[in-house]
Design a protein around this ligand. Structure first.
Ligand SMILES: [Zn+2]
Length: 444
């Protein structure tokens, strides 16, 4: 099997059990797997010189709506709260089709890759004009990221008292049928898998109680994970109390939506009882600090979640509610946001980096990713810290979060180069950007 040796890094941040940081460190890749981590390693294969760089596990993104890269900074949604924001964007999304899904996904995935992300989930919950989950899976295959697409859904349209237009909702029987189709066709449970499918009704207020329960039963039957939006803001809590007579955590638990095969996005408004429920049940959280700031949703109690033992990963969220998709900046934002409410010792740079790597891998059920250790998958980010952003830094590891850089030099996924010398190695980025801008202009 071909070998690649990443050699002589200023620091290798392993995120292994001892959280070792190895000065002058090397990482040996053999096939798609890490064969050795240490100092003074040698190879007969290719050598990637990493002097002046910090090497980390590839970052992990646990929440996104890739299709939304086509609706960044839409004027009518720039200053609206969550529900008003959605009502502005639904009619635009209703014009999407397979090409929009494919191109926007590639843009979102490339943007993530350039910010050091090797593994990402995606939450696609609308399928207008023949669009399918297949379109985003094809996009990820070409970009080369490890991909956890989730088959989302909405079934309660305007005529049933819901938010989305009727043209964007589906019949619940058809939703479950297509969930079965995409799981059977694409889900790969094996170690080192490049595609794992999840089941993900959009939110408790966009599908029926029956569909939430049936989705959980189906996911357990198929051995796949469950994902949705939960407890995002005050409106969300008020809706849950009024409509279901209970808080979101109770609703989730009653319908089978807790457990180590479940992760929920946002969870800004979890109370102490719900944090305890998540910790006891192994339920994960996708923390999306930029989106929470952007939509004014609040500050997720990440400090309390982590202290209680809740699994927390990061999510850039959709590019219509961020509007960026840079994961290392998201890690920085997670640190800043905890400090706004809890003080300067609320979260260290190293903890933010851990949440962005190992934390996300745990949320997505990937024991084989998120750390640089023998036998783990070779998902590796190489950060050049010799540039202006970190000039004068005393601590290159902390500087990744506190200073920069905000783009990787190189990114390997399953041992294959996705980014080299700061450029996408798997696709022609200017051509992709032009195609995306052409599609965006056609939607106006
Ligand atoms: Zn979201």
């Amino acid at each position: 099997m071909p070998e690649i040796l990443i050699k002589n890094a200023d620091v290798v941040v392993t995120m292994d059990g001892a959280r070792r940081e190895i000065a002058g460190g090397d990482v040996l890749i053999r096939g798609g797997v890490i064969a050795a981590v240490g100092q003074g390693l040698s190879t007969t294969g290719a050598v990637v010189e990493a002097a002046g760089c910090v090497v980390t596990p590839g970052l992990v993104n646990t929440h996104h709506h890739l299709y939304q890269t086509l609706t960044r900074a839409v004027p009518g949604g720039q200053d609206a709260l969550l529900f008003g924001w959605l009502q502005t964007l639904y009619p635009i999304w209703a014009k999407f089709g397979p090409e929009e899904m494919f191109v926007s996904a590639q843009v979102g995935l490339a943007e993530l890759a350039l910010s050091g992300c090797a593994l990402t989930s995606d939450h696609l919950y609308l399928f207008p004009n023949g669009a399918r989950l297949d379109d985003t899976i094809a996009a990820a295959g070409e970009v080369g990221l490890r991909f956890h697409p989730t088959r989302g859904a909405m079934s309660i349209g305007v005529s049933d008292g819901g938010l989305p237009p009727d043209s964007l909702v589906e019949r619940e029987a058809a939703i479950l049928e297509d969930c079965i189709r995409v799981v059977d066709r694409f889900h790969d449970a094996r170690e080192g898998s490049m595609v794992r499918v999840g089941i993900a009704p959009c939110s408790p207020f966009s599908v029926s109680r029956d569909l939430m329960r049936d989705a959980a039963l189906l996911a357990r039957d198929k051995g796949v994970m469950l994902h949705t939006h939960l407890a995002e803001n005050d409106e969300d809590i008020a809706y849950s109390l009024a409509k279901f007579g209970c808080r979101p955590g109770q609703y989730a638990e009653d319908l089978g939506w807790t457990g180590d095969d479940v992760w929920h996005a946002h969870c800004v408004k979890l109370d102490a009882g719900e944090i305890d429920l998540f910790a006891r049940s192994g339920t994960g959280v996708a923390h999306c600090p930029c989106s929470n700031c952007r939509l004014g949703s609040g500050i997720a109690p990440v400090r309390a979640m982590r202290d209680a033992g809740v699994k927390v990963g990061l999510g850039v969220d959709g590019s219509a509610s961020n509007d960026a998709g840079n994961l290392i900046l998201e890690a920085r934002q997670s640190l800043l946001l905890q400090r706004v409410s809890r003080g300067a010792d609320a979260m260290s740079a190293r903890e933010a980096l851990e949440i962005a790597t190992l934390g996300g891998a745990k949320v997505l059920g990937r024991d084989d990713c998120g750390a640089l250790a023998v036998g783990k998958r070779a998902d590796i980010a190489i950060w050049d810290v010799s540039g202006i952003e970190a000039a004068g830094s005393w601590d290159p590891v902390a500087s990744l979060i506190l200073c920069g850089p905000t783009r990787v030099r190189d990114l390997f996924v399953e041992g294959r180069a996705v980014v080299l010398d700061g450029r996408m190695a798997t696709l022609d980025l200017p051509v992709l950007i032009e195609r995306q801008n052409r599609l965006a202009r056609a939607l106006i």
